[in-house]
Design a binder for this molecule. Structure first.
Ligand code: HXC
Ligand code: NAP
Length: 265
């Protein structure tokens, strides 16, 4: 069961941990006793995130490292810094992402690459760096990647993100098998619409967008970042020790709701 010391002494890297869902997860981990490492590009996001954790969990050990996950050297240096500071890394959350709405026929190669590089390549570089550390030290660990519920459906309007997240899903299944022998569990969560200023700016700028998306969810509400943190915490904890290579969808049945033939208003 969830106890206050569920993650005591463990070290967790959360990419994109200074904002939104990543910050909610980092805050939850800190409240359960973990050392947390926030890694993203923008110093201000990291400083604000660390301050929010300090306010919620005074004295929690937090390391911030400016990192662009698209750059494997940056990623390797960030993992080394985390190991130097906390001795080892037990948990990786691949949460960093980029996204914007653009018709496929209008998307430039640079636009495609921007998102593929952050989501697919970045998740690989981070998994590789942390996996190497866990394998070399023999202590095992857990990796959770943040996907989106459109891994089950595709996503008209965000082909780059849909393709990248589907790639990370395949990576999750592949690594679960390759790294089981090293006691590394690899899972993912697939959220639907979750309240988040960062995503709102990129994807649902108008009230009409928000109303349309709310209506697509059978539970008729948006998810909260804390509800994603709940699921991620389950997947990194011993409560899920026999679960690996799987995906937990957190979307109020939004993607299943596409098959209701209109019987549910
Ligand atoms: C068309 C666009 C565009 C847009 C950028 N580009 N925004 N094309 N429509 N709205 C194009 C640019 O013109 C350029 O191509 C290329 O993308 C790279 O743009 P840069 O601005 O140089 O990229 P960069 O500075 O690397 O920033 C990456 C980014 C940016 C992804 C474009 O938005 C970002 O940093 N996002 C991080 C935060 C974020 O997106 N959070 C939302 C996560 S929500 P050209 O050809 O002109 O050079 C999420 C899932 C939600 O992921 C799921 C809901 C269910
Ligand atoms: P967000 O606040 O915009 O989070 C994105 C984070 O990624 C930011 O902290 C950003 O920090 C970081 N980032 C972007 N590019 C990076 C790079 N190159 N290197 C390192 N970090 C980078 O949005 P969010 O809604 O919380 O999204 C978090 C995760 O949830 C993403 O994986 C997203 O796809 C997923 N998700 C969200 C929703 C939703 O409804 N909100 C639904 C499904 C899935 P910097 O700008 O400081 O780099």
């Amino acid at each position: 069961m969830f106890t206050a010391d569920l993650l005591a002494g463990q070290t967790a890297i959360i990419t994109g941990g200074g904002t939104g869902l990543g910050l909610a997860t980092a805050q939850r981990f800190a409240s359960l006793g973990a050392n947390v490492v926030l890694a993203s590009r923008t110093e201000l996001h990291l400083a604000d995130g660390a301050a929010a954790i300090e306010a919620a969990v005074p004295g929690a050990p937090v390391l911030t490292v400016v990192t662009d996950v698209r750059n494997p050297e940056d990623v390797d240096a960030m993992v080394s810094e985390a190991v130097s500071r906390f001795g080892r890394v037990d948990i990786l959350i691949n949460n960093a992402a980029g996204n914007f709405v653009c018709k496929a026929e209008d998307l430039s190669p640079n636009g495609w690459n921007a998102v593929i590089n952050i989501v697919l390549n970045g998740s690989f570089y981070c998994s590789r760096a942390v996996g190497r550390h866990m394998i070399a030290n023999g202590h095992g660990g857990t990796i959770v990647s943040i996907l989106a519920n459109y891994v089950w459906t595709g996503s008209a309007g965000t082909i780059h993100s849909a393709a990248a997240k589907a790639g990370v899903l395949s990576m999750t299944q592949t690594l679960a098998v390759e790294w089981a022998q090293h006691k590394i569990r690899v899972n993912a969560v697939a959220p639907g619409p979750i309240e988040s200023p960062g995503a709102a700016k990129q994807l649902w700028a108008s009230e009409a967008d928000v109303a349309r998306i709310t209506d697509m969810v059978p539970l008729k509400r948006w998810g909260k970042p804390s509800e994603v943190a709940d699921a991620v915490t389950f997947l990194v904890s011993p409560l899920s020790n026999y679960i690996t290579g799987d995906v937990l969808t957190i979307d109020g049945a939004a993607w299943l709701g596409r098959g209701t033939f209109g019987f549910v208003s």
